[in-house]
Design a protein around this ligand. Structure first.
Ligand code: MN
Length: 222
């Protein structure tokens, strides 16, 4: 499984140098380098995945009281994408959205389900070292979320349909995640629901590119 472990971490210039010398063979092949490992229990998967990784660790997985967190991290990897992450069951369920979220209900945005991440990763901004996902990351939006779908969120994800209400700084309102293809890299669509947060004229991905944490754009990360 070494092949699949993403070498992620907030390191500095020496790792950028390594990234530069890594060559095309080590570039990521998919948005976020989905690591597969389907069939393993989720928690084991996360632990195996991050056991020797230098990036922020989840530590003890205790349930946090209060609202659930969501984050959208803009990730300038070999192909730019937006990692949409929802706190579910003590981890961040994650999807790589190549075009980012839309506020237009007519837009169906592809969202490729990727590896769960530890909760602490929600605050990560910086440069990811060489390997899958090498590139810069900013916290493009963050806030809290709640499910609009009846029943446990885990069941909704299993069944491939989950609607969420986001209370972010840039995004507010309902979005639906609908799975369209299963297998090793499940594909979903992320679609804005028709509510007061819907706005076909907004295009926050292009008009609000800055980090909600630091005000930097992804190109300004060093
Ligand atoms: Mn990513």
């Amino acid at each position: 499984m070494d092949l699949h472990r993403p070498a992620i971490g907030a390191r500095v210039h020496e790792q950028r140098l390594r990234a530069d010398s890594a060559g095309p063979a080590r570039r990521e092949r998919t948005p976020c380098g989905y690591t597969g490992a389907v069939g393993q229990p989720r928690r084991l998967r996360v632990q195996a995945h991050f056991a020797e990784s230098p990036e922020p660790r989840g530590g003890k997985r205790k349930r946090r009281p209060g609202p659930l967190r969501f984050v959208i991290q803009e990730h300038a990897a070999s192909s730019l994408h937006y990692d949409f992450r929802l706190e579910v069951g003590g981890v961040l369920q994650s999807w790589a959205v190549p075009k980012g979220p839309s506020t237009d209900p007519r837009e169906k945005r592809l969202a490729v389900q990727v590896e769960d991440h530890p909760l602490d990763y929600a605050d990560f901004e910086g440069e990811i070292e060489a390997g899958y996902g090498a590139g810069r990351v900013i916290v493009w939006d963050s806030g809290t979320w709640e499910s609009l779908t009846d029943g446990p969120v885990e069941d909704a994800l299993e069944q491939g349909h989950l609607s969420v209400w986001l209370e972010g700084e840039k995004l507010r309102g309902g979005w639906t995640l609908q799975r369209t293809r299963g297998g090793a890299k499940p594909q979903w669509l992320l679609i804005k629901r028709r509510d007061e947060g819907a706005d076909a004229r907004r295009n926050p991905v292009s008009t609000q590119p800055e980090s909600v944490r630091t005000g930097r754009t992804v190109d300004e990360v060093d």
